[in-house]
Design a protein around this ligand. Sequence first.
Ligand SMILES: Cc1cc2nc3c(=O)[nH]c(=O)nc-3n(C[C@H](O)[C@H](O)[C@H](O)COP(=O)(O)O)c2cc1C
Length: 492
Amino acid sequence: MDCNVFNPVDLPCGRTIENRLVKTAMYEHMANFSGGPPNEFHYGLYSEWAKHGWGMILTGNVQVSPQHLTLGRDIVVPPTLNAKDLKPFERLAEVIHGVVDGTRSLAIMQLSHAGRQSANFIGGRLPFVPPLAPSSVRVGAGHTESCGRGAISDLIFHALFQVPTEMTTLDILYVQSSFVRGALLAYKSGFDGVQLHAAHGYLLAQFMSHKSNIRNDEYSVAPENVTRMLSEIVKAIRKVVPTTFIIGIKINSADYITYGGAEEVYQEGERRVLDHIHTIASWGVIDFIEISGGDYEKPDFMACSGSQKLDRQAFFTRFSRTVMKDLYRSPVPFSSVPLILLTGGLRSHSHLQAALMSKHADLLGIGRGAVLCPDLPEILRLQLQNSKSSSTWADRPFAHEPEAVFRASKWVPSVGLIGAGVGTAWYTTRMRDIAISQIKNPRAEPPPVDYNRGGLIAVFKMWAWFDSRIVPIWVLGIFMVLIVTAEVFYQH
Ligand SMILES: Cc1cc2nc3c(=O)[nH]c(=O)nc-3n(C[C@H](O)[C@H](O)[C@H](O)COP(=O)(O)O)c2cc1C
Protein backbone atom coordinates (compact mmCIF):
# COMPACT_ATOMS: atom_id res chain seq x y z
CA MET A 1 0.00 0.00 0.00
CA ASP A 2 1.32 3.37 -0.95
CA CYS A 3 1.69 5.49 2.14
CA ASN A 4 3.70 8.59 2.74
CA VAL A 5 3.43 8.90 6.52
CA PHE A 6 7.11 8.02 6.68
CA ASN A 7 8.29 10.31 3.90
CA PRO A 8 10.52 13.14 5.10
CA VAL A 9 9.52 16.73 4.45
CA ASP A 10 11.46 20.01 4.44
CA LEU A 11 10.43 23.00 6.49
CA PRO A 12 10.75 26.50 4.99
CA CYS A 13 13.71 27.23 7.30
CA GLY A 14 15.66 24.41 5.61
CA ARG A 15 15.34 21.77 8.34
CA THR A 16 13.95 18.32 7.52
CA ILE A 17 11.37 16.37 9.50
CA GLU A 18 12.10 12.70 9.03
CA ASN A 19 8.45 11.64 8.95
CA ARG A 20 5.00 13.23 9.25
CA LEU A 21 4.14 12.02 12.74
CA VAL A 22 4.12 14.77 15.35
CA LYS A 23 3.66 14.21 19.06
CA THR A 24 1.61 17.32 19.71
CA ALA A 25 1.85 19.60 22.79
CA MET A 26 0.37 18.21 25.98
CA TYR A 27 0.61 19.78 29.43
CA GLU A 28 2.29 17.21 31.67
CA HIS A 29 1.36 18.39 35.22
CA MET A 30 4.79 17.36 36.44
CA ALA A 31 6.65 20.57 37.33
CA ASN A 32 6.73 21.96 40.87
CA PHE A 33 3.50 23.37 42.17
CA SER A 34 3.30 27.03 41.00
CA GLY A 35 5.60 26.30 38.05
CA GLY A 36 9.22 25.40 37.52
CA PRO A 37 11.81 23.80 35.23
CA PRO A 38 11.54 20.31 33.74
CA ASN A 39 12.56 17.50 36.10
CA GLU A 40 13.17 13.73 36.24
CA PHE A 41 9.53 12.99 35.48
CA HIS A 42 9.63 15.02 32.28
CA TYR A 43 12.88 13.31 31.24
CA GLY A 44 11.31 9.89 31.89
CA LEU A 45 8.18 10.70 29.91
CA TYR A 46 9.93 12.27 26.93
CA SER A 47 12.56 9.54 26.78
CA GLU A 48 9.72 7.09 26.11
CA TRP A 49 8.46 9.15 23.16
CA ALA A 50 12.01 9.71 21.93
CA LYS A 51 12.54 5.95 21.61
CA HIS A 52 9.90 5.41 18.97
CA GLY A 53 10.73 7.55 15.97
CA TRP A 54 8.31 10.50 16.04
CA GLY A 55 9.22 13.07 13.37
CA MET A 56 8.74 15.98 15.74
CA ILE A 57 8.07 16.09 19.48
CA LEU A 58 6.46 19.18 21.00
CA THR A 59 6.65 19.87 24.72
CA GLY A 60 3.53 20.73 26.70
CA ASN A 61 2.91 24.43 27.09
CA VAL A 62 5.89 26.21 28.65
CA GLN A 63 4.60 29.39 30.26
CA VAL A 64 6.37 32.68 29.56
CA SER A 65 4.77 34.25 32.64
CA PRO A 66 4.97 32.50 36.03
CA GLN A 67 1.88 34.51 37.05
CA HIS A 68 -0.22 33.07 34.22
CA LEU A 69 -0.12 29.30 34.58
CA THR A 70 -2.82 26.89 33.44
CA LEU A 71 -3.19 24.09 36.01
CA GLY A 72 -0.39 25.11 38.33
CA ARG A 73 2.33 22.60 37.53
CA ASP A 74 3.44 24.10 34.23
CA ILE A 75 7.03 24.32 33.04
CA VAL A 76 7.98 28.01 33.22
CA VAL A 77 10.56 30.11 31.36
CA PRO A 78 13.06 31.22 34.06
CA PRO A 79 13.62 34.96 34.66
CA THR A 80 17.30 34.67 33.71
CA LEU A 81 19.04 32.41 31.21
CA ASN A 82 22.30 31.63 32.99
CA ALA A 83 24.03 28.25 32.73
CA LYS A 84 22.23 26.92 35.83
CA ASP A 85 18.81 27.95 34.50
CA LEU A 86 19.50 26.39 31.11
CA LYS A 87 20.62 23.01 32.43
CA PRO A 88 17.24 21.29 32.96
CA PHE A 89 16.05 22.53 29.56
CA GLU A 90 19.27 21.31 27.88
CA ARG A 91 18.65 17.93 29.43
CA LEU A 92 15.08 17.85 28.11
CA ALA A 93 16.24 18.76 24.57
CA GLU A 94 18.88 16.00 24.75
CA VAL A 95 16.30 13.46 25.90
CA ILE A 96 13.93 14.36 23.05
CA HIS A 97 16.74 14.12 20.51
CA GLY A 98 17.61 10.57 21.59
CA VAL A 99 18.30 8.87 18.26
CA VAL A 100 16.35 5.71 17.39
CA ASP A 101 16.97 3.71 14.24
CA GLY A 102 18.25 6.82 12.55
CA THR A 103 15.20 8.95 13.46
CA ARG A 104 16.22 12.03 15.36
CA SER A 105 12.98 13.68 16.45
CA LEU A 106 12.98 17.45 16.17
CA ALA A 107 12.48 19.04 19.60
CA ILE A 108 10.02 21.94 19.69
CA MET A 109 9.18 23.94 22.80
CA GLN A 110 5.61 25.24 22.93
CA LEU A 111 5.51 28.77 24.38
CA SER A 112 2.31 30.05 25.92
CA HIS A 113 0.72 32.64 28.18
CA ALA A 114 -2.66 31.73 29.62
CA GLY A 115 -3.98 35.32 29.88
CA ARG A 116 -7.56 35.39 31.21
CA GLN A 117 -7.72 31.56 31.24
CA SER A 118 -5.19 31.46 34.10
CA ALA A 119 -7.36 30.25 36.98
CA ASN A 120 -7.54 31.79 40.43
CA PHE A 121 -5.37 30.21 43.17
CA ILE A 122 -3.55 27.77 40.88
CA GLY A 123 -2.52 30.29 38.21
CA GLY A 124 0.63 31.49 40.01
CA ARG A 125 -0.72 34.77 41.45
CA LEU A 126 -1.72 35.71 44.98
CA PRO A 127 -5.39 34.84 45.66
CA PHE A 128 -7.82 37.29 44.03
CA VAL A 129 -5.12 39.02 41.98
CA PRO A 130 -6.64 39.07 38.47
CA PRO A 131 -4.71 37.90 35.43
CA LEU A 132 -3.81 40.15 32.51
CA ALA A 133 -5.68 39.95 29.21
CA PRO A 134 -6.31 42.13 26.14
CA SER A 135 -9.62 43.33 27.68
CA SER A 136 -11.49 42.99 30.96
CA VAL A 137 -13.79 40.21 29.75
CA ARG A 138 -14.03 37.19 32.04
CA VAL A 139 -13.96 33.60 30.73
CA GLY A 140 -17.61 32.52 30.51
CA ALA A 141 -18.93 35.97 29.66
CA GLY A 142 -19.39 34.80 26.05
CA HIS A 143 -21.29 31.68 27.02
CA THR A 144 -24.76 32.08 25.53
CA GLU A 145 -28.19 30.60 26.28
CA SER A 146 -28.00 28.38 23.22
CA CYS A 147 -24.99 26.63 24.67
CA GLY A 148 -26.64 25.84 27.96
CA ARG A 149 -25.63 28.84 30.03
CA GLY A 150 -27.04 28.17 33.42
CA ALA A 151 -26.41 28.09 37.14
CA ILE A 152 -23.80 25.33 36.99
CA SER A 153 -21.70 26.78 34.19
CA ASP A 154 -21.94 30.28 35.74
CA LEU A 155 -20.86 28.92 39.09
CA ILE A 156 -17.90 27.09 37.63
CA PHE A 157 -16.69 29.98 35.51
CA HIS A 158 -17.13 32.42 38.41
CA ALA A 159 -15.33 30.11 40.80
CA LEU A 160 -12.37 29.52 38.53
CA PHE A 161 -11.84 32.71 36.58
CA GLN A 162 -11.64 36.36 37.51
CA VAL A 163 -12.38 39.47 35.53
CA PRO A 164 -8.95 40.10 34.01
CA THR A 165 -7.11 43.41 34.01
CA GLU A 166 -6.81 45.04 30.61
CA MET A 167 -3.18 45.13 29.49
CA THR A 168 -1.45 48.47 29.05
CA THR A 169 0.97 49.01 26.17
CA LEU A 170 3.77 48.45 28.67
CA ASP A 171 2.26 45.11 29.72
CA ILE A 172 2.07 44.14 26.05
CA LEU A 173 5.72 45.01 25.46
CA TYR A 174 6.72 43.06 28.55
CA VAL A 175 4.79 39.96 27.45
CA GLN A 176 6.34 40.20 23.98
CA SER A 177 9.80 40.30 25.52
CA SER A 178 8.91 37.26 27.64
CA PHE A 179 8.04 35.27 24.50
CA VAL A 180 11.40 36.32 23.02
CA ARG A 181 13.15 35.17 26.22
CA GLY A 182 11.28 31.86 25.87
CA ALA A 183 12.52 31.45 22.29
CA LEU A 184 16.07 32.28 23.37
CA LEU A 185 15.77 29.71 26.15
CA ALA A 186 14.70 27.12 23.57
CA TYR A 187 17.50 28.05 21.19
CA LYS A 188 20.26 28.20 23.82
CA SER A 189 19.25 24.92 25.38
CA GLY A 190 19.36 23.01 22.10
CA PHE A 191 15.72 22.85 20.98
CA ASP A 192 15.21 22.97 17.23
CA GLY A 193 12.44 25.51 17.45
CA VAL A 194 9.38 26.89 19.21
CA GLN A 195 5.67 26.83 18.67
CA LEU A 196 3.67 29.90 19.72
CA HIS A 197 0.39 28.81 21.27
CA ALA A 198 -2.22 31.05 19.66
CA ALA A 199 -5.10 28.58 20.02
CA HIS A 200 -7.43 27.22 22.73
CA GLY A 201 -8.30 30.69 24.06
CA TYR A 202 -4.88 31.51 25.56
CA LEU A 203 -3.44 35.03 25.48
CA LEU A 204 -2.30 35.15 21.83
CA ALA A 205 -5.68 33.73 20.75
CA GLN A 206 -7.43 36.25 23.04
CA PHE A 207 -5.82 39.07 21.08
CA MET A 208 -7.27 37.65 17.84
CA SER A 209 -10.82 36.98 19.03
CA HIS A 210 -13.73 39.43 19.07
CA LYS A 211 -15.10 37.92 22.23
CA SER A 212 -12.03 38.54 24.38
CA ASN A 213 -10.55 41.61 22.70
CA ILE A 214 -12.67 44.78 22.70
CA ARG A 215 -9.73 47.19 22.55
CA ASN A 216 -9.78 50.30 20.37
CA ASP A 217 -6.03 50.79 20.01
CA GLU A 218 -3.48 49.31 17.61
CA TYR A 219 -3.93 45.88 19.25
CA SER A 220 -7.66 45.72 18.50
CA VAL A 221 -9.31 43.06 16.32
CA ALA A 222 -9.65 45.46 13.39
CA PRO A 223 -8.31 43.62 10.30
CA GLU A 224 -5.16 45.79 10.16
CA ASN A 225 -4.42 45.13 13.87
CA VAL A 226 -5.64 41.63 14.62
CA THR A 227 -2.36 39.79 14.06
CA ARG A 228 -0.13 42.63 15.34
CA MET A 229 0.64 41.02 18.73
CA LEU A 230 1.69 37.79 17.05
CA SER A 231 3.64 39.47 14.24
CA GLU A 232 5.62 41.67 16.64
CA ILE A 233 6.57 38.61 18.70
CA VAL A 234 7.57 36.62 15.61
CA LYS A 235 9.67 39.50 14.20
CA ALA A 236 11.40 39.99 17.55
CA ILE A 237 12.16 36.25 17.83
CA ARG A 238 13.51 36.06 14.28
CA LYS A 239 15.99 38.85 15.14
CA VAL A 240 17.62 36.81 17.92
CA VAL A 241 17.66 33.27 16.50
CA PRO A 242 19.31 31.84 13.37
CA THR A 243 17.25 31.42 10.19
CA THR A 244 17.33 27.64 10.63
CA PHE A 245 15.49 27.88 13.96
CA ILE A 246 11.95 26.53 13.49
CA ILE A 247 8.99 28.76 14.35
CA GLY A 248 5.49 27.30 14.35
CA ILE A 249 2.12 28.67 15.41
CA LYS A 250 -0.91 26.80 16.78
CA ILE A 251 -4.16 28.47 15.79
CA ASN A 252 -7.88 27.78 16.11
CA SER A 253 -9.99 26.93 13.08
CA ALA A 254 -12.58 29.54 14.07
CA ASP A 255 -12.42 32.46 16.44
CA TYR A 256 -15.14 30.98 18.62
CA ILE A 257 -17.16 34.13 18.92
CA THR A 258 -20.54 32.39 18.93
CA TYR A 259 -21.78 29.18 20.51
CA GLY A 260 -24.38 26.89 19.13
CA GLY A 261 -25.15 29.65 16.62
CA ALA A 262 -26.04 29.40 12.97
CA GLU A 263 -23.65 27.63 10.61
CA GLU A 264 -23.16 30.87 8.61
CA VAL A 265 -21.90 32.64 11.72
CA TYR A 266 -19.45 29.82 12.36
CA GLN A 267 -18.29 29.97 8.76
CA GLU A 268 -17.82 33.71 9.07
CA GLY A 269 -15.49 32.96 12.00
CA GLU A 270 -13.58 30.47 9.84
CA ARG A 271 -13.23 33.04 7.05
CA ARG A 272 -11.67 35.47 9.54
CA VAL A 273 -9.18 32.84 10.67
CA LEU A 274 -8.37 32.02 7.06
CA ASP A 275 -7.46 35.70 6.64
CA HIS A 276 -5.24 35.50 9.75
CA ILE A 277 -3.47 32.43 8.33
CA HIS A 278 -3.03 34.18 4.99
CA THR A 279 -1.42 37.13 6.76
CA ILE A 280 0.82 34.85 8.83
CA ALA A 281 1.96 32.99 5.69
CA SER A 282 2.72 36.30 3.97
CA TRP A 283 5.38 37.07 6.61
CA GLY A 284 7.49 34.34 4.97
CA VAL A 285 9.14 33.27 8.24
CA ILE A 286 6.77 30.70 9.73
CA ASP A 287 7.60 27.02 9.29
CA PHE A 288 4.39 25.32 10.29
CA ILE A 289 0.87 26.20 11.33
CA GLU A 290 -1.03 23.75 13.50
CA ILE A 291 -4.81 23.75 13.08
CA SER A 292 -6.83 23.08 16.21
CA GLY A 293 -9.98 24.55 17.75
CA GLY A 294 -11.84 25.41 20.94
CA ASP A 295 -11.21 27.21 24.21
CA TYR A 296 -12.19 26.80 27.88
CA GLU A 297 -15.78 27.83 27.12
CA LYS A 298 -16.08 25.27 24.35
CA PRO A 299 -13.15 22.83 24.54
CA ASP A 300 -13.54 21.21 21.10
CA PHE A 301 -9.86 20.24 21.05
CA MET A 302 -10.58 17.72 23.83
CA ALA A 303 -13.65 16.21 22.15
CA CYS A 304 -13.82 12.44 22.20
CA SER A 305 -13.92 10.93 18.75
CA GLY A 306 -17.17 9.19 19.63
CA SER A 307 -18.89 12.32 20.90
CA GLN A 308 -22.00 13.42 19.08
CA LYS A 309 -21.03 17.06 18.95
CA LEU A 310 -18.05 16.33 16.79
CA ASP A 311 -18.93 13.19 14.94
CA ARG A 312 -16.22 13.80 12.36
CA GLN A 313 -13.26 11.83 13.57
CA ALA A 314 -10.54 14.11 12.37
CA PHE A 315 -12.10 17.21 13.92
CA PHE A 316 -10.63 20.04 11.88
CA THR A 317 -9.98 18.39 8.51
CA ARG A 318 -12.44 20.45 6.49
CA PHE A 319 -10.82 23.66 7.62
CA SER A 320 -7.25 22.47 7.13
CA ARG A 321 -8.12 21.39 3.58
CA THR A 322 -9.45 24.92 2.91
CA VAL A 323 -6.24 26.37 4.34
CA MET A 324 -4.03 24.17 2.14
CA LYS A 325 -6.00 25.14 -0.97
CA ASP A 326 -5.85 28.80 -0.04
CA LEU A 327 -2.11 28.83 0.60
CA TYR A 328 -1.20 27.05 -2.62
CA ARG A 329 -3.61 29.02 -4.80
CA SER A 330 -2.86 32.44 -3.40
CA PRO A 331 -2.97 35.07 -6.18
CA VAL A 332 0.21 36.56 -4.71
CA PRO A 333 2.53 33.55 -4.16
CA PHE A 334 4.23 33.45 -0.76
CA SER A 335 8.01 33.49 -0.55
CA SER A 336 7.70 30.31 1.53
CA VAL A 337 4.58 28.33 2.40
CA PRO A 338 4.30 27.04 5.98
CA LEU A 339 3.54 23.34 6.40
CA ILE A 340 0.09 22.56 7.78
CA LEU A 341 -0.08 20.37 10.87
CA LEU A 342 -3.52 18.88 11.48
CA THR A 343 -4.30 17.78 15.03
CA GLY A 344 -7.42 16.42 16.70
CA GLY A 345 -9.17 13.10 16.36
CA LEU A 346 -6.65 11.35 14.11
CA ARG A 347 -7.28 7.87 15.42
CA SER A 348 -6.41 5.35 12.76
CA HIS A 349 -3.92 4.72 10.05
CA SER A 350 -6.58 5.42 7.43
CA HIS A 351 -7.14 8.89 8.94
CA LEU A 352 -3.44 9.64 8.62
CA GLN A 353 -3.22 8.35 5.12
CA ALA A 354 -6.38 10.14 3.96
CA ALA A 355 -5.20 13.45 5.42
CA LEU A 356 -1.90 13.26 3.54
CA MET A 357 -3.16 11.81 0.30
CA SER A 358 -6.10 14.20 -0.01
CA LYS A 359 -3.76 17.10 0.79
CA HIS A 360 -5.58 18.09 3.97
CA ALA A 361 -2.30 18.38 5.83
CA ASP A 362 1.47 18.02 5.52
CA LEU A 363 2.02 16.91 9.11
CA LEU A 364 -0.14 14.82 11.44
CA GLY A 365 -0.48 15.80 15.09
CA ILE A 366 -1.35 13.11 17.61
CA GLY A 367 -2.06 13.92 21.23
CA ARG A 368 -4.04 11.41 23.26
CA GLY A 369 -3.09 8.60 20.88
CA ALA A 370 0.56 9.28 21.71
CA VAL A 371 -0.18 8.98 25.44
CA LEU A 372 -2.01 5.69 25.01
CA CYS A 373 0.62 4.37 22.56
CA PRO A 374 3.96 6.19 22.87
CA ASP A 375 5.34 3.67 20.36
CA LEU A 376 2.77 4.48 17.69
CA PRO A 377 5.30 5.30 14.92
CA GLU A 378 6.89 1.89 15.39
CA ILE A 379 3.54 0.13 15.38
CA LEU A 380 2.55 1.91 12.17
CA ARG A 381 5.87 1.18 10.52
CA LEU A 382 5.58 -2.51 11.38
CA GLN A 383 2.01 -2.71 10.18
CA LEU A 384 3.06 -1.12 6.94
CA GLN A 385 5.94 -3.53 6.44
CA ASN A 386 3.80 -6.58 7.22
CA SER A 387 0.85 -5.73 5.08
CA LYS A 388 0.66 -5.75 1.33
CA SER A 389 -2.89 -4.65 0.67
CA SER A 390 -4.58 -4.78 4.00
CA SER A 391 -7.48 -2.48 4.60
CA THR A 392 -8.53 -4.26 7.77
CA TRP A 393 -5.83 -2.85 10.01
CA ALA A 394 -5.87 0.52 8.31
CA ASP A 395 -9.24 1.37 9.84
CA ARG A 396 -8.44 0.02 13.27
CA PRO A 397 -8.04 2.74 15.90
CA PHE A 398 -4.57 3.11 17.40
CA ALA A 399 -5.94 2.23 20.85
CA HIS A 400 -9.27 2.46 22.70
CA GLU A 401 -10.04 5.74 24.30
CA PRO A 402 -10.92 5.43 27.98
CA GLU A 403 -14.64 4.96 28.66
CA ALA A 404 -14.24 7.02 31.84
CA VAL A 405 -13.52 10.11 29.76
CA PHE A 406 -16.52 9.52 27.46
CA ARG A 407 -18.75 9.22 30.50
CA ALA A 408 -17.34 12.34 32.13
CA SER A 409 -18.13 14.41 29.04
CA LYS A 410 -21.81 13.57 29.67
CA TRP A 411 -21.84 14.53 33.37
CA VAL A 412 -22.79 18.16 32.72
CA PRO A 413 -22.87 18.35 28.93
CA SER A 414 -23.42 22.12 28.90
CA VAL A 415 -20.12 22.65 30.73
CA GLY A 416 -17.55 21.20 28.35
CA LEU A 417 -14.80 22.24 30.74
CA ILE A 418 -15.79 19.43 33.15
CA GLY A 419 -15.35 16.69 30.54
CA ALA A 420 -12.13 18.33 29.32
CA GLY A 421 -10.86 18.59 32.90
CA VAL A 422 -11.48 14.90 33.57
CA GLY A 423 -9.88 14.05 30.21
CA THR A 424 -6.82 16.11 31.10
CA ALA A 425 -6.62 14.40 34.50
CA TRP A 426 -6.92 10.95 32.97
CA TYR A 427 -4.22 11.54 30.37
CA THR A 428 -1.82 13.35 32.73
CA THR A 429 -2.00 10.44 35.18
CA ARG A 430 -1.25 8.07 32.29
CA MET A 431 1.74 10.28 31.34
CA ARG A 432 2.92 10.01 34.93
CA ASP A 433 2.65 6.20 34.79
CA ILE A 434 4.88 6.27 31.71
CA ALA A 435 7.38 8.62 33.37
CA ILE A 436 7.62 6.52 36.53
CA SER A 437 8.03 3.31 34.55
CA GLN A 438 10.91 4.91 32.59
CA ILE A 439 12.57 6.24 35.72
CA LYS A 440 12.47 2.73 37.23
CA ASN A 441 13.68 1.00 34.08
CA PRO A 442 14.70 3.02 31.02
CA ARG A 443 14.56 -0.10 28.86
CA ALA A 444 11.05 -1.11 29.87
CA GLU A 445 8.20 -1.30 27.36
CA PRO A 446 5.53 1.40 27.81
CA PRO A 447 3.32 0.29 30.72
CA PRO A 448 -0.11 -1.14 29.85
CA VAL A 449 -2.95 1.37 29.82
CA ASP A 450 -5.06 1.25 32.99
CA TYR A 451 -8.52 1.31 31.45
CA ASN A 452 -10.06 0.64 34.86
CA ARG A 453 -9.03 4.08 36.08
CA GLY A 454 -12.22 6.09 36.49
CA GLY A 455 -12.62 9.81 35.87
CA LEU A 456 -12.91 10.83 39.53
CA ILE A 457 -9.97 8.66 40.52
CA ALA A 458 -7.92 10.32 37.77
CA VAL A 459 -8.86 13.80 39.02
CA PHE A 460 -7.96 12.81 42.57
CA LYS A 461 -4.67 11.19 41.54
CA MET A 462 -3.75 14.20 39.44
CA TRP A 463 -4.16 16.69 42.28
CA ALA A 464 -3.14 14.60 45.25
CA TRP A 465 0.20 13.70 43.71
CA PHE A 466 3.23 14.93 45.70
CA ASP A 467 1.11 17.30 47.68
CA SER A 468 -0.21 14.33 49.65
CA ARG A 469 3.31 13.71 50.96
CA ILE A 470 3.38 17.20 52.42
CA VAL A 471 -0.24 17.75 53.38
CA PRO A 472 -2.68 14.94 54.27
CA ILE A 473 -5.26 14.46 51.52
CA TRP A 474 -8.28 15.34 53.70
CA VAL A 475 -6.67 18.69 54.57
CA LEU A 476 -6.11 19.33 50.87
CA GLY A 477 -9.76 18.45 50.12
CA ILE A 478 -11.12 20.82 52.77
CA PHE A 479 -8.75 23.54 51.58
CA MET A 480 -9.96 23.19 47.98
CA VAL A 481 -13.65 23.35 49.02
CA LEU A 482 -12.92 26.45 51.12
CA ILE A 483 -11.11 28.32 48.38
CA VAL A 484 -13.78 27.60 45.77
CA THR A 485 -16.55 28.72 48.18
CA ALA A 486 -14.61 31.86 49.12
CA GLU A 487 -14.11 32.73 45.47
CA VAL A 488 -17.81 32.25 44.62
CA PHE A 489 -18.82 34.59 47.47
CA TYR A 490 -16.18 37.11 46.47
CA GLN A 491 -17.34 37.19 42.82
CA HIS A 492 -20.98 37.74 43.75
C1 LIG B 1 -3.61 16.03 28.77
C2 LIG B 1 -3.65 17.01 27.63
C3 LIG B 1 -2.92 18.17 27.73
C4 LIG B 1 -2.91 19.10 26.67
N1 LIG B 1 -2.11 20.19 26.76
C5 LIG B 1 -1.96 20.98 25.66
C6 LIG B 1 -0.97 21.99 25.65
O1 LIG B 1 -0.20 22.17 26.60
N2 LIG B 1 -0.86 22.74 24.53
C7 LIG B 1 -1.66 22.56 23.43
O2 LIG B 1 -1.51 23.27 22.44
N3 LIG B 1 -2.59 21.59 23.41
C8 LIG B 1 -2.74 20.78 24.48
N4 LIG B 1 -3.61 19.75 24.44
C9 LIG B 1 -4.40 19.52 23.21
C10 LIG B 1 -3.62 18.61 22.25
O3 LIG B 1 -2.44 19.21 21.78
C11 LIG B 1 -4.49 18.27 21.03
O4 LIG B 1 -4.79 19.46 20.34
C12 LIG B 1 -5.78 17.56 21.42
O5 LIG B 1 -5.53 16.55 22.38
C13 LIG B 1 -6.45 16.94 20.21
O6 LIG B 1 -5.62 15.99 19.60
P1 LIG B 1 -5.88 14.38 19.81
O7 LIG B 1 -7.30 14.13 19.38
O8 LIG B 1 -4.86 13.72 18.94
O9 LIG B 1 -5.70 14.12 21.25
C14 LIG B 1 -3.67 18.84 25.49
C15 LIG B 1 -4.41 17.65 25.42
C16 LIG B 1 -4.39 16.73 26.45
C17 LIG B 1 -5.14 15.45 26.31
